[in-house]
Design a protein. Structure first.
Length: 367
């Protein structure tokens, strides 16, 4: 089987809540998502999606996905999409770095491999653990009262894990954590995600002030070393996200005992092939994971579901259903949240079919 065409579509994904805000005053109102299409000489077509969290979260931006696909595509025509390791080495040889650009192509090729073998991608990634898996809800940064009201509402919808966007004024963040912890049951989980927003002295104040509360602390500071410094002065369970982008950082973090949980974002690692490797390494090291991506719609959510559902249940801290945050559905067959939980499709591949009327015309087209 040979790749005969690599194309990209551009889709705007507005948010049900109007905007999504996190540390440092960063916010997004409409996500710019790239849907990637890989066609083959057999007639089989696979789809992937890459949606950066704006241009100021990770070193990734939406136009960069499309520019990168244009650069990479000519090197991939004629390759076998089902030979995923060969394909990934080819992408790495043709374009140094830029893992997020490669993620959508890799995802689309897993979709093709699933269709060729008649298997859902989660079976190919290791098998299905249980009936479904647990989701978290990210709570956009607002006043403590507004965030508390959102948590109460989403708890009524069935969510039991809440990731608060903190990383602002420490005093206000302490208030946010205290107020919301009061609303939750002991079996719920609360994560305070500063998204690199605190300096060390601020993070130190916050973790000490909420010492009596059962809360996970996520990526308090910008650098790995700053996070490690905070990790060493708190007893809270500790999550690393932005600074963990490959196996080298996972191994370093493990050696330093720098984290209890890591966030595996598919595009941050460069696709399902590399995210699976990171997932399996985490399992072997005893590190739990949140399986997600930077953002996305139906296709990203389907890919997350397949990776999450094939992750041993006790290691899956939580996962994300991005398609319930956005107002536009880009594909049929995508997994849907049911009372704070989700499952991967039983259909071959990713189990999705793009809505052509929504994704429009190709904006990158190499064939
Ligand atoms: Mg995070």
């Amino acid at each position: 089987m040979k790749i005969t065409r690599v194309a990209a579509y551009q889709v705007d994904l507005p948010l049900h809540e109007g905007s999504y805000k996190w540390s440092g005053g960063k916010s997004v109102e409409v996500f710019d998502s790239a849907i990637i299409e890989v066609e083959t000489d057999s007639g089989m077509v696979g789809y992937g999606e890459v949606c950066p969290l704006g241009p100021f979260y990770l070193p990734a931006y939406a136009d960069g996905v499309r520019a990168g696909i244009k650069e990479l595509a000519p090197h991939l025509l004629g390759c076998d999409p089902t030979h995923l390791d060969v394909l990934n080495r080819r992408m790495d040889a043709a374009l140094k770095g830029h893992p997020y650009v490669k993620s959508g192509i890799d995802m689309a090729c897993w979709d093709i491999l699933g269709q060729v073998t008649g298997q859902p991608v989660c079976h190919l990634l290791g098998g299905r653990y249980g009936e479904d898996f647990v989701l978290y809800r990210a709570i956009s940064q607002e006043s403590p009262d507004e965030m508390a009201a959102k948590v109460a509402g989403y708890r009524d919808d069935g969510y039991r894990r809440f990731q608060l966007k903190v990383g602002a004024d420490p005093q206000l963040d302490i208030e946010r954590i205290r107020l919301i912890a009061d609303l939750l049951e002991p079996s719920d989980k609360l994560i305070a995600d500063a998204n690199t927003g605190w300096l060390m002295h601020e993070a130190a104040r916050v973790v000490r002030a909420v010492d009596d509360i059962d809360v996970y602390i996520e990526q308090p500071c910008l650098s790995y070393d700053e996070c490690l410094s905070i990790r060493r002065r708190t007893s809270h369970p500790f999550v690393l996200d932005e600074v963990v982008d490959g196996l080298d950082m996972l191994l370093r973090g493990h050696a330093d005992q720098a984290m209890d949980v890591v966030n595996i974002k598919i595009s941050k690692f460069g696709g399902l092939t590399k995210a699976r490797l990171a997932r399996d390494l985490c399992v072997s090291m005893g590190v739990a994971m949140t399986i997600e991506d930077s953002w996305g719609g139906d296709i990203t959510t389907a890919a997350i579901a397949h990776l999450a559902h094939s992750t041993p249940t006790e290691f899956l801290f939580t996962a994300t259903d991005f398609n319930s945050y956005v107002t536009v559905s880009t594909a049929e067959g995508a997994p849907q949240r049911v009372y704070g939980r989700m499952s991967a499709s039983d259909s071959p591949g990713l189990g999705i079919a793009p809505r052509k009327e929504v994704i429009g015309n190709r904006v990158v087209d190499a064939h």
